[in-house]
Design a protein around this ligand. Sequence first.
Ligand code: CA
Ligand code: CA
Ligand code: CA
Length: 201
Amino acid sequence: MSQKNNNQAGASDSEKADASKKRKIFSKPVLLLFLFLGLAAIGYLVWHFLPKEEKTNEEGRYYHTVEETLTAKNPLLQLLEGSETGIDFQNDIVETMANNHSTNINIYNGGGVTVADVNNDKLPDIYFVCSNGQNRLYLNEGNFKFKDITLSAGLASEEGFETSVAAIDINNDGFLDFYVCRAGPFEGDERRNKLYINGPP
Ligand SMILES: [Ca+2]
Ligand SMILES: [Ca+2]
Ligand SMILES: [Ca+2]
């Protein structure tokens, strides 16, 4: 009889221990952690599936507007938009089956730019080199306005993969010339660098 009572008491202790264990597993901090993780998961799903605003040009490509991070009260420099200056150059990286990182290791290198007064009017002009498309020369007309004179200047180079440009008066005639570098998996003329000699109009 006494042994039976002891057994009953033992079982009761064991049940109590189990219940205590369960209470420990679902203790307040653990529940709070689950709650936090659940809320974080819900937050992520809401963010992931929310429609995001995308700004695209006429060709349907994404473009950046003025950076929202420029929040200084009195910034040293002021950022101007392309719509104000007339500069709308973009170096778009277009990936295709024939042109991608496996076929062209330089594809993400980007293009190049140089600032040079090409017409000696004391206003610096800007020449952008595009890796996948047409290069662009912008003539500085003053008051932060630029005019695209690429075609009339004969600088619309599109062939090959152009990655950088330097301005130098290579023949010392007082007019800055352009040296354009090309890279990529091309042969012959498509890989050759280019020297453009500037001169009086
Ligand atoms: Ca100029
Ligand atoms: Ca080009
Ligand atoms: Ca020159």
